[in-house]
Design a protein around this ligand. Structure first.
Ligand SMILES: Nc1nc2c(ncn2[C@@H]2O[C@H](COP(=O)(O)OP(=O)(O)OP(=O)(O)O)[C@@H](O)[C@H]2O)c(=O)[nH]1
Ligand SMILES: [Mg+2]
Ligand SMILES: [Zn+2]
Length: 321
């Protein structure tokens, strides 16, 4: 049903009134906005509820609130803000994002160049969880790497490598490392320059440990953030961006808990299996779910060895769960 011109006009009028009201009833901090203070661009370092920690181009950090009528921003966002004191400000605009990563409709971070899915020997990686993370990451359209941490705890590294061969043949670079024993840390470090990288993965796999290892003075930086925001000791409950002194940014994120599993749609799941892509649209039935249908191009690809059989069973498991 299309809207009549009159309906459209009404909707626009209501929206304009809402925005005007939101501007009027703005935060008390906003009333402190001084027209003589020049707006500047900033980078969102982290978000605590409704508050943002914003870094000015000078490197100074400001605790900010956002104007009510602008979309909430997250780590990695570029914003326009105005200072209201020597460590506080108000965000007045959100700049356009290159990309954004969300889970269950909740925004995690923005303007990311590469995603690193971290798994470990302990807590032991689970394929279903890996595939869920990959589906989320693929749907954000980001380049993805897989890190297998704590390899020194493995008694059968060949088995681990066999387990990850299906991800390798799907095109994901796999990095085996141990933060504890410094295995392959230098190699990883060399891959992280001059871009924004996000570390994602189950709680306890060592994302923060790895970031600490990659940024030697991070403890300083963590203290700096927590003393500024006055929110006590840093724990990974907030997605936070850190600068590598030699260039590049790392975003640490909290690991998910069981009850936070994403509700994935069949469409998202299908586009989350990147090696299926060349075969989609080639099945006999246009609405093929690639389960029991005859002449299914995905199943044929599995039989021909173009898709790893374990990846296909993982797909079936996700789609039926
Ligand atoms: N044995 C071993 N333990 C490690 C290694 N890397 C990290 N750990 C330990 O794993 C535990 C969890 O590490 P964290 O860095 O807090 O894990 P995280 O992924 O940031 O977890 P969340 O913040 O809860 O999502 C800590 O006790 C680390 O010391 C490793 O290579 N080997
Ligand atoms: Mg952590
Ligand atoms: Zn099919």
């Amino acid at each position: 049903m299309s809207l009549t011109r009159r309906q459209k006009w009404r909707i626009e009028k209501i929206q304009a009134e809402r925005i005007a009201r939101a501007n009027k009833a703005s935060d008390s901090s906003e009333e402190l906005l001084d027209d003589t203070v020049k707006p500047q661009t900033g980078l969102v370092i982290t978000r605590y509820g409704q508050r943002l920690l914003v870094e000015a181009e000078s490197g100074e950090l400001y605790q900010c609130t956002g104007r009510r009528n602008i979309e909430l921003s997250v780590a990695g966002d570029q914003v326009i803000f105005q200072t209201i004191s020597n460590d506080e400000g108000v965000v007045t605009a959100l700049l356009e994002r290159d990309n954004q990563l969300s889970r269950s409709q909740k925004l995690i971070a923005a303007n990311i160049d590469e995603l690193w899915l971290v798994v470990a020997i302990e807590p032991h990686y689970q394929f279903e969880l890996i595939d869920r993370y990959l589906v989320v990451a693929e749907n954000a359209g980001l380049p993805i790497n897989i890190v297998v941490n704590k390899i020194e705890l493995s008694t059968d590294i060949d088995k681990v490598k066999r387990d990850f061969s299906m991800y390798e043949s799907a095109g994901y670079p796999i990095h085996y490392l141990s933060v504890k024993e410094q295995t392959n840390i230098a190699e990883l470090k060399a891959l992280l320059n001059d871009k924004t990288h996000i570390f994602l993965g189950q709680s306890g796999v060592g994302k923060s440990s790895l970031i600490n290892e990659l940024i030697p003075d991070l403890n300083l930086r963590v203290n700096e953030i927590s003393s500024k925001s006055k929110l006590g000791k840093h724990t990974t409950t907030n997605t936070t961006l850190y600068h590598i002194p030699s260039g590049g940014d790392l975003i640490d994120s909290p690991g998910i808990r069981e009850f936070q599993l994403d509700e994935l749609t069949d469409k998202e799941i299908l586009s989350g299996f990147r090696e299926f892509k060349p075969f989609i649209g080639l099945c006999k039935f246009r609405n093929c779910a690639h389960i029991n249908e005859p002449n299914c191009a995905i199943k044929t690809a599995v039989e021909n060895g173009d898709i790893h059989p374990k990846r296909y069973t993982n797909y079936l498991q996700l789609i039926s769960g």
